[in-house]
Design a protein around this ligand. Sequence first.
Ligand code: ADP
Length: 315
Amino acid sequence: RMASFTTYASVRDQVNAVLALEIMGFAILLAGAFYLLNRKTAVRMALFQRESAELRDLNARLQREIAERERMQQTLAVAEQSLAQSSKLAVLGEMSAAVSHELNQPLAAMKTYLAGARLLLQRNRPDEALTAFHRIDGLIERMGAITRQLKSYASKGAEQLAPVDLAEALTSALSMMEPQLRERQVRINRVLPEGPVTVMGDRVRIEQVMVNLIRNAFDAVKSVASPEIDIILARGETAVLTVRDNGDGIEDLDALFEPFYTTKQPGEGVGLGLAISSGIVTDLGGRLTARNATGGGAVFEMQLPVLAEETRAAE
Ligand code: ADP
């Protein structure tokens, strides 16, 4: 049995060394943990910063876009305003062209009647002059009706429709064109059915369509050796008025009903007659069509719903 003795100090030193080592290890562990934690927060902070920078960027971009959009909206509003203004002007232009187009016919007739009346008065034939004055009176009334109708058209007021006999309307349209038709030798063949052909409509406007169709046919046969115009009225499922001429035919069927399409010389035509006429016929529930006849010349057809006997009787 051996017993060895060491000093208490050396034991304490060893214990201290072990303790110091443990403390050191613990401290290193703590420092490591701190370091890791710190790094994590730093990374997170960097991420936050990057995200907030991106957000700031996005915000700035959005603000720029909003400003841009507001500017565009202002420009658009200005453009819309000027567009509304110019479309109003265009409508006004079209309207005044239509008014002058529609008033030209009765005005030309009035001029001829007035010249005739003056001659008759000079020759001391007042009774016949009086007849001419009556006709002028009728034309003035007609012009009044056209302007009234255009006014109601502008205010989109409801129209007053009444039964109209197409045969009667045709007679009055032809009598209004009489001075013009007398200018040249044109044979006019009229084919009418027995009895009236009644449609629901506005007499002045229906006569306007007839005048426009006959006037066009009259113009189309200008350079033909033996000019002829057939006007055929028929009553079937619909009321049909056909105006056929032996002129050169229609040049451009597609553009025919477009406003301001004309092949006539300036001063002779403005290209509104057919546009207005087809508008009138469509308003009355009908159709205005055109084609070239196989034997040459143009054929215009106005179809309107025929007013049934019972309806007429009820009225
Ligand atoms: P405008 O008579 O003022 O020219 P319209 O709208 O009445 O206006 O007619 C437009 C065009 O349609 C005419 O310029 C002409 O070229 C053509 N047209 C109309 N009717 C006839 C017809 N009967 N024969 C040949 N062409 C026609």
